[in-house]
Design a protein around this ligand. Structure first.
Ligand code: AVJ
Length: 320
């Protein structure tokens, strides 16, 4: 570096700053825990796509098969015209199966996602393949109060929340989301994907795949902190831990210290004892009746259910 030329660190994005603040908070509490949303940087999103293709990871393929087989039946509940609101839109792949079953001119599609650049790129791709479809993306955190575009006259608002993403919420957060959705979808309804309670070995295998992709996905959270925030911790200091907790009907994922160690982050030092964990994800599993009861308490009227022959995954229609 030439003397006199100041080297400037690239300014941290708002998301990076939020990650740093949340990771400090996560490491300061007991037990240590952080939101699973930090899995999904570029590396993590690519690893998640690989998870969806794993033989042990049944949810994505089971839900896609249900959508492929029953899209027309699902769409028959929407009414003649719909403002279709997808919560946490992501790559916009699953919604295509629904859109294929709807007359294009009868739909306004409103994908809602917190990541603006990704959302807009996905919308461009969708617009290229669905000429004439009205798309109104909304960059927002859908778990917090937000304002949807006005529902076109004569249309019903229909929510779409696939992927069992609601499994990441605690029961209190799931309840809060369902109440918010019931209010804004009033007169229409919600089509939601949920992962069902099943044999514990099947659940365990889905989060402990033989190729270690889920382990890499989990460990990427701290590797991301190394890359993005300059965090320092020993190589092989953490290992993947995922298990089914039957009392809470959820898979828990943790990063477990393999020995006593220090993690340095922005001038702070956080100690881990051997075996201590950073809790990274809950993935709640539901029964159909249990989920319908929770939805009913939140203001929905449970309707049609689509599930696979083994009842591993379900899509539920909930009238708002
Ligand atoms: C995207 C939240 C539905 O809980 O199964 C996959 C994420 N974590 N393997 C899930 C995940 C580990 C996934 N969800």
């Amino acid at each position: 570096m030439k003397p006199g030329i100041e080297w400037r660190q690239p300014r941290a994005s708002a998301e990076t700053q939020q990650f740093a603040a949340d990771l400090h908070a996560a490491l300061s509490r007991a037990p240590k825990s952080i939101s699973p949303k930090y899995f999904y940087d570029e590396t993590g999103s690519r690893l998640f796509e690989r998870i969806c293709d794993l033989p042990e990871y049944y949810p994505t393929r089971t839900e896609l098969a249900l959508l492929r087989t029953h899209a027309a039946d699902m769409a028959s509940h929407f009414g003649p015209r719909a403002q279709l609101v997808e919560y946490g839109a992501g790559a916009l792949l699953k919604v295509r199966l629904l859109l294929d079953a709807l007359p294009r001119e009868s739909v306004q599609f409103v994908p809602v996602d917190i990541s603006g650049p990704h959302l807009l790129a996905a919308c461009d791709g969708l617009a290229g393949d669905y000429a004439g479809l009205a798309i109104q993306p909304l960059v927002a955190d859908f778990t917090r109060p937000h304002t949807l575009p006005q529902c076109p006259a004569g249309s019903r608002r229909i929510g779409f929340f696939p992927g069992s993403s609601i499994g990441n919420f605690t029961p209190a957060e799931a309840d809060a989301f369902l109440r918010l959705a019931a209010a804004e979808l009033r007169g229409g309804g919600l089509l939601i994907g949920i992962d069902l309670v099943k044999d514990h070995d099947v659940l365990h295998a889905a989060y402990n795949d033989a190729d270690g992709v889920t382990a890499a996905f989990n460990l990427n959270l701290l590797e991301r902190a190394r890359r993005e925030l300059g965090a320092e911790f020993p190589q092989d200091g953490f290992e993947h831990l995922a298990f089914y907790n039957p009392a809470y009907r959820r898979i828990e994922m943790h990063l477990r210290a393999t020995r006593p160690l220090d993690l340095q982050l922005g001038g702070e030092i956080y100690g881990f004892h051997e075996g201590e964990t950073l809790h990274t994800e809950h993935s709640h599993k539901y029964t159909i009746a249990g989920f319908q009861a929770m939805a009913a308490r939140a203001g929905f009227q449970p309707g049609a259910v689509w599930t696979d022959p083994k009842q591993w995954f379900a899509l539920l229609w909930l009238k708002a």
